[in-house]
Design a protein around this ligand. Sequence first.
Ligand SMILES: [Fe+2]
Ligand SMILES: [Fe+2]
Length: 371
Amino acid sequence: MNVHTADAATVEEGLAIQEAQAVLDSESATAVAMQDTLLTPRFYTTDFDELDAIDVTPVRKDWDQLIEEMKADPNKGHFKKDENWDHVDWDGMDPELRKEFIDFLISSCTAEFSGCVLYKEMKRRGKNQDITELFQLMARDEARHAGFINDALREAGIAVNLGFLTQKKKYTHFRPKFIYYATYLSEKIGYARYITIYRHLEAHPDKRFHPIFKWFREWCNDEFRHGEAFALLMKTDPKLTSGINVWWIKFFLTAVYATMYVRDHQRPAFHKALDVDTDWYGQEVFRKTSELSKQVFPITLDIDHPRWMKGLKALQVASVQVDRAKKAGGVGGKLSQWVGSARAAWAFAMLFTIPAKKHQVPVKTRLEPVY
Ligand SMILES: [Fe+2]
Ligand SMILES: [Fe+2]
């Protein structure tokens, strides 16, 4: 058996290695990962038989090429601390930054692992060879990603107990089409987030306060490939991206972008340390994600519309109110929580009703990571 998740050739091997390390895992980090709110990463389950019934014949050529690329495994061995991993002074780190950065790592680890669990389950339940092969390869990557973040957390004396999460975290059921929209977007936005930070730190290396950011380029290429796979899956059935489903696409685009905006604004010290303006970062990531999603979605959100930023800011203020009210408790807290939730719903409606931009989806789906 390999000794590190980065060298694991399969998801099973990667998870076994992490299981063996679980003795070191801390309760508090796992408790954070267990949280299920509108903003925290969730675990998903779906109708696996319906997913298994997909026929990839209409996209066969692109499909085989993508699978070959993934099988070649360009990132095998990459997600491992090596001589480029600088010493991290956790004790000397500003306490606010330390708190937010740990929260960032835990939430990223949970999101990576959420993909791993879903993909692994699909591989286990499926009979369709195209589908099980793809999901096995993607689960392999996500297990490595989650394992690597746990390596970073372990240096701070904490780690997320992934075995415990698999068994105890609540699973949200989504119909396969919602899994496609949500997962496609989370893969592509993941790519856009990682590459935007990577390029920013390439230009400003003095702001790189932790070595994990050096790994982001190869990392985001994995996410890019996963997104490509979901784009091809959606291309097999034109119904998925037309008619009423265009409204669902708009809903998921709005929800995914808005969640990212609110989440990132909860970490001011983290973004200050990176010297990244959170509003700029959000818009930059939305722009890249929108550009990419044109490969399969017939609409993109109008993120330059005057109501866009206003709506996001209103949503963020409302989410702060809800958070404070929850902590305050009592009748006053409950009341304030309701008002906050109503404000959040109104802000979301403000965003959702911005007219979308329509465009033609290209015949050729496949893209390359160019950012
Ligand atoms: Fe990942
Ligand atoms: Fe991924």
